[in-house]
Design a protein around this ligand. Structure first.
Ligand code: GFB
Length: 319
């Protein structure tokens, strides 16, 4: 088989953020590749420059997947703007610069679909970036992630390094955060429906009007797309990674209630923010490269609910 332009064979691949939902999915996906996965433990604080530099000097990876970030749902982003901006800026700047200094030739940076303008034309193409104002609830995280894209582009231009960026849509799956205060909508709805069912309630309350639409991608699909991009893509532009279909939050809540087995009504707390009205990305660039998502939403949510139940049983998720 002809060697792909960027084979992972025999390479040491550092997955920064390997404990998180995205990082752990990428570690699972790399297990089927002929490479060695390396990770850093909590003694390496990626916000501390010296700590990151010494880790790179000691471990010298060939490839880096930058999946480490401070992440959260709409309320967490809106509540902790300084942490979301500072932590994510420090993590990406430290890891990208330490990678350069230790001779890493290949790096994949992961951002998010919230980098795009609040009212970007839908579906959102990569060139919509920086064409309009951001969604206020997550502009902090968005600006940090835009800076990460720009860092990779700058390091390509000035140092000739093959650093690339991928922008996933809203993700869900094993390893997700189910804490209602900080989580994204899908795990929150799973938990709310589950707890309502256990309590014999007949309704769940969702935030906002339920009219915003969101695109969802299973984290195992994202991990597969990341390995695909690492093996085949080299370019200055970031690449959208989406499923290509979106759903209204109200309809998502009904789907989750059906999957969980809650016969109930959906009430709305309109004191909570709706955020961006829609965030459907155009993932045509990735499709042209040869990759499309494969896990349907309903099937993925069934699996995510099962993971949640297992986590409760094993005490991995706080009841
Ligand atoms: O998933 P989510 O928190 O993030 O919210 P975003 C999506 C939509 O679901 C919003 C509504 O309109 C929420 O108001 N929603 C309804 C809920 N009920 C709930 C609930 O119980 N919990 C939550 N969390 N939402 C994030 C960004 O925006 O997207 C992040 O803040 C990141 O930075 C992520 O970019 C991918 O999709 O609105």
């Amino acid at each position: 088989m002809t060697e792909l332009p960027h084979s992972l064979d025999g390479k040491r691949v550092y997955v920064a953020g390997h404990r998180g939902m995205v990082g752990s999915a990428i570690v699972r996906r790399l297990a089927t590749e002929n490479c060695t996965v390396v990770t850093s433990d909590r003694s390496t604080d990626l916000r501390e420059q010296e700590s990151v530099r010494s880790w790179f000097e000691e471990n010298r990876p060939d490839v880096v997947v930058l999946a480490a970030a401070k992440v959260g749902g709409i309320l967490a982003n809106d509540t902790y703007p300084a942490q979301f901006l500072y932590d994510n800026l420090m993590i990406e700047a430290n890891v990208i610069e330490a990678a350069r200094q230790s001779g890493v030739g290949r790096l994949l940076f992961l951002g998010s679909s919230c980098i795009y303008p609040k009212f970007a034309p839908q579906p959102i193409a990569e060139d919509s970036l920086l064409t309009g104002p951001l969604e206020p609830t997550n502009e902090w995280y968005a600006i940090a992630k835009i800076a990460g894209i720009k860092l990779c582009q700058a390091y390509r231009r000035e140092y000739g390094l093959d650093y690339i960026s991928a922008m996933p849509t809203n993700l869900y799956g094993p390893g997700d955060n189910f804490d209602l205060a900080g989580s994204h909508v899908l795990p929150a709805l799973i938990r709310k429906a589950h707890e309502a069912k256990l309590a014999g309630k007949s309704s769940i309350e969702i935030w906002g009007t339920g009219t915003p639409r969101r695109e969802f991608l299973h984290v195992d699909d994202l991990a597969d797309a990341c390995v695909f991009l690492l093996k085949t893509y080299s370019g200055e532009s970031h690449v959208n990674v989406g499923s290509g279909t979106d759903i209204a939050i109200g309809d998502l809540a009904e789907m989750v209630c059906r999957i969980v087995g809650l016969e109930g009504t959906i009430t709305r707390d309109t004191t909570k923010p709706d955020g961006t009205p829609r965030k459907l990305m155009d993932s045509g660039k990735l499709a042209q490269l040869g990759w499309t998502a494969s896990i349907p939403l309903e099937e993925g949510v069934v699996g995510a609910y099962q993971w949640f139940l297992d986590g409760l049983e094993k005490g991995l998720i706080r009841a």
